[in-house]
Design a binder for this molecule. Sequence first.
Ligand code: NAP
Length: 261
Amino acid sequence: MPTTFELNGKIALVTGASSGLGTRFARVLAANGAQVVLASRRVERLKELRAEIEAAGGAAHVVAMDVTDVDSIRAAVAYAETEAGPIDILVNNSGVSTTQRLADVTPEDYDFVFDTNTRGSFFVAQEVAKRMISRAKAASGEAAPRQARIINIASMAALKVLSQIGVYCMSKAAVVHMTKSMALEWGRYNINVNAICPGYIVTELNEHHWETEGGRKLVQMLPRQRLGMPEDLDGLLLLLADDKSRFINGAVIAADDGFGI
Ligand SMILES: NC(=O)c1ccc[n+]([C@@H]2O[C@H](COP(=O)([O-])OP(=O)(O)OC[C@H]3O[C@@H](n4cnc5c(N)ncnc54)[C@H](OP(=O)(O)O)[C@@H]3O)[C@@H](O)[C@H]2O)c1
């Protein structure tokens, strides 16, 4: 029986849509029928992406959001729902990294990484989920309640400790536990919460590194001596966004070409 992913009528909020994986996630969700809301701080970039999605026949909206600022998160989610409608799918993707040995980490480095990757993604998910939960309560008793999805972008670094990015690994390990806690509490409201743990994917976060000697050596250590591209996550993203994944909840899925084995 052939199966396709079907996101027509769904509204998806993508944080960190201004570059890298977030841009790709937004393009793919829109190309498969979702109306997307693009969120991050660099609004000019989001507007360019909106124009591109609209030119391809999709629907997109833009909202400024700084995930380190809870007021900004609340205002952005409220705006997103006013502009586009109730959010069905959250791709909780904004993230940052720093590189240094643990002995050299300053309180500022630590807060920079945790404020975005852990605290930020928690409060984005919480704000979106509060609204999903009230709608689920209002619809309780309906034969086919609307399904909701939260997809947290963690990292292979949440599962396997990597040198020089210890604080990043810690921040993403917290996102894995956060995913399971949310899945446990919010599953009863038809909110499925899952995490994707990407391996090394070429984006602005790391593209400079692959040109260095250290970067080239690292690629040689990978099981298939290759890096991923953002499109390598398309299938997993669509599966977790689609209603067909209703039995997948609290899963932490590596998409790392086998690096974590
Ligand atoms: N690339 C990889 O190899 C890889 C591997 C595993 C996991 N990941 C994870 O995947 C996610 C995306 O990474 P990427 O590689 O696409 O990196 P990227 O190209 O550097 O993009 C990061 C995104 O996060 C947004 N962001 C950063 N700080 C923010 C803030 N305070 N408020 C709102 N948005 C913020 C940025 O938007 P603005 O600057 O416009 O705000 C940008 O759109 C991250 O969570 C990263 O940890 C990446």
